[in-house]
Design a protein around this ligand. Structure first.
Ligand code: NAD
Length: 491
């Protein structure tokens, strides 16, 4: 990328979006102009849907064992371009190179899992449900599927859906975040090299206009969305109103609970990575630490030291542990929420505001921030900050901690740090969250498990990844067949 306008990929060709509007894309660490992203119109979306629809019949009739051959080729190309893709994520999103590599590894893992589609999309068969009558269930693709992505994992999140959708026989249209369109551009170059038939994979850049055109288009059958909760709600209700199936993963406010018997050194290290990794811009970032009994003092001190020691800078530079946040607007929003926490009575024990990194004065940098004594009734308890800010909350027991966790509106993740197995079971059993960690700080499921999420963190019933994705991208057909006994040969 070099400040040039990006193109869309429709019907197997790179095409100008012919958009009347475009947005500049900047490197969040140094302000460098990277590209212009076109804001595609509803007409352009319609062209992409027509391209996808036109490819559907031939693609679904392509045997699954042949469809996955394109994924094997894609997997190899993703491996060959691994470093280039990781660099692209760091340059446009800001996270460190190590974090970008981790992101691409999970993306590739999803391609690998989807290569098992010939087994994963098998149906079921019951012989002799009555004399001479058999019944079976087959899975068929749903049709044109749209995938709408957030800014924080430009390489990984599309892969929670894309490999499963195409392997199941569906054409897809991807709408990347307009804040980070470059990585998906590179990935589409690799999809093109992998040789998918024209129309099976389409890329449309844009903003809410393109999204709304996808949501209301009669030929789009399925919507996969990841982003903030207010937008997830909008997507879910609009998709439903237009008769489409939808899976919408939303925002989060993730608590970790620390018991006094936890290994403090390990807990602090892991909690710091969870809260401050990806500059806190992760839907599985810890943003509240609920400490039980004497853990409050020891963990509070440990996490403050870890926050102070974290090396902040440009993610491509050696030794950097935390990059900038995505935009200056986002930085200002985070700083104002820190102030809100102070105004609501929390004590600021590590202040990450007013940061300037030498050599990167134009970057959107913050430092790790810790607020002590967050009130459960306060705004900072309820609001997703999406920045490197951790709030500490003391309670007396694991039961009180679970109650506090469950009082929140979100349910993306909850983690417990302890060496007590019974407490771990109580927590795992009672906590209202779709992803649970025990002595884990970022409970991100491997590609062969669904990426769960509960309450306001998810709208729908089938999540991304693994069997959930296969069920989402297929519709079941149940067939009952009678072959009268007198027609059958005796054996
Ligand atoms: P966002 O909701 O602002 O944008 C997501 C996508 O929706 C983008 O492609 C954007 O163009 C589009 N969009 C934005 N506003 C829209 C509107 N009004 N109508 C239609 N489309 C619209 O999210 P973001 O800021 O890019 O990403 C961060 C959010 O995503 C955080 O809330 C984070 O928790 C969440 N997230 C959730 C998960 C999960 O698995 N639950 C994973 C990653 C990120």
């Amino acid at each position: 990328m070099s400040g040039k306008p990006l193109q869309n990929y429709i019907a197997g060709k790179w095409v100008d979006a012919k958009a009347t509007e475009s947005l500049p894309v900047h490197n969040p660490a140094n302000g460098e102009l990277l590209a212009y992203v076109p804001l595609s119109s509803a007409e352009i979306v319609d062209q992409a849907v027509q391209s996808a629809s036109g490819s559907f019949e031939a693609w679904r009739q392509t045997p699954a064992v042949e469809r996955v051959q394109f994924l094997f080729k894609l997997k190899q190309r993703l491996e060959d371009h691994f470093e280039e893709l990781a660099r692209s994520i760091t340059v446009e999103n800001g996270k460190t190179l190590a974090e970008s590599r981790g992101e691409m590894r999970r993306a590739i893992e999803n391609v690998e899992v989807a290569c098992g589609i010939p087994v994963m999309m098998q149906g079921g068969f019951s012989e002799d449900i009555a004399r001479g009558i058999d019944e079976f269930m087959i899975r068929q693709p749903v049709g044109v599927s749209a995938i709408i992505c957030p800014f924080n994992f430009p390489g990984m999140i599309p892969f929670w859906f894309l490999p499963y959708a195409v392997a199941c026989g569906n054409p897809v249209i991807i709408k990347p975040s307009e804040k980070v369109p470059g990585t998906m551009h590179l990935i589409f170059e690799l999809l093109e090299e992998a040789g998918f038939p024209a129309g099976v994979v389409n890329l449309v850049n844009g903003d809410r206009v393109a999204v709304d055109a996808l949501l209301t288009h009669p030929d789009v059958r399925a919507i996969s969305f990841v982003g903030s909760t207010p937008v997830a709600r909008h997507i879910y209700s609009t998709a439903a109103a237009h008769g489409k199936r939808a899976q919408c993963q939303g925002g989060a406010k993730n608590p970790i609970v620390v018991l006094p018997d936890a290994d403090l050194e390990m807990t602090t290290r892991i909690a710091a990575d969870s809260a401050f990794g990806n500059a806190g811009q992760r839907c599985l970032a810890a943003s509240l630490a609920i400490t039980v009994g004497e853990a409050h003092e020891t963990f509070g001190q440990g996490i403050s030291e870890a926050a102070a020691a974290r090396r902040v800078g440009y993610g491509l530079d050696e030794g950097v542990e935390m990059g900038p946040v995505i935009t200056n607007e986002s930085k200002q929003r985070i700083e104002s929420l820190i102030q809100r926490g102070i105004d609501e009575g929390a004590e600021l024990i590590m202040d990450g505001r007013d940061v300037s990194i030498p050599g990167y004065e134009k970057g959107n940098f913050l430092r790790p921030t810790v607020l002590n004594g967050v009130d459960p009734a306060s705004e900072v308890f309820k609001t997703e900050i999406f920045g490197p800010v951790l709030g500490l909350m003391p309670v007396d027991s694991v039961e009180a901690a679970i109650e506090l966790v469950n009082s929140g509106a979100y349910g993306n993740m909850a983690c417990l740090f302890t060496s007590d197995g019974a407490a771990a079971r109580t927590f795992r059993y009672g906590v209202q969250a779709g992803n649970v960690g025990i002595n884990i700080g970022v409970a991100a499921p491997m590609a062969f498990f669904p990426f769960s999420g509960w309450k306001d963190s998810f709208f729908g019933n089938l999540h991304g990844q693994a069997h959930h994705a296969v069920e989402f991208f297929t519709q079941t057909k149940v067939v009952v067949e009678r072959w009268p006994r007198e027609w059958s040969r005796k054996f």
